[in-house]
Ligand binder design. Sequence first.
Ligand code: ZN
Length: 242
Amino acid sequence: MKLGIFSDVHGNIEALEAVVRMLRDSGATQFVCCGDIVGYGPDPNSCVETIRRMHCTGVAGNHDYGVVGKTPLDSFNSSATQALLWTRNLLTESNRLYLENLYLAADDGPLLVVHSSPSVPDAWEYVVTLREAEDEMEYYPDGICVVGHSHQPLAVERTAGGQARLVRQDSFKLRPDAKYFINAGSVGQPRDGDPRACGLLYDTGAQTITRYRVPYDIAAVQAKIRAACLPESLASRLELGR
Ligand code: ZN
């Protein structure tokens, strides 16, 4: 079976459709979303509806909970808060209920899915370094923890009794004696310097994980952000991938 894994869509339907198309073309039949479907971007309803139709295994991100009032708005910066208030106004009742009912963590076979960190999922900590990932790996027994939140792809492997190490390849084979901490990057607002949308393919038969970057129509999304009078920084950062 091939599983498509993605995160941090942030209301960017052009990027979401490009990633889902690529993952389906690569054989994905089931999907996992690590949270932050909404916030920042101009198309929150169509992103939630697309993900609902895909029957994704999903968890809540801080923006998903922020928009429904389960995470206080004072924990967000001003452009994020502006976008959340705008999103809150626009969201349909059934999409709002879908976000409100997302859990903080989900199990999907060998995968533990959380948005930020398995240690305290609702503290919304950023796990970006090898050391931080290694600490988080104490909080699940084995298998693979997939997260989002930082918008920066990351893969860390630790063999039993061994040291954790960064996995730098875009495609790698999972070792049966190792556990993994993997950040799926971001679909709708990458921040690792590569503006293309990010998605992962997990082949459970071959035991491989492959990271893809997918171009999409960034200018179309920027035009919608500007037309909605959302903060300009949310438009300009998309072409920088920062
Ligand atoms: Zn996010």
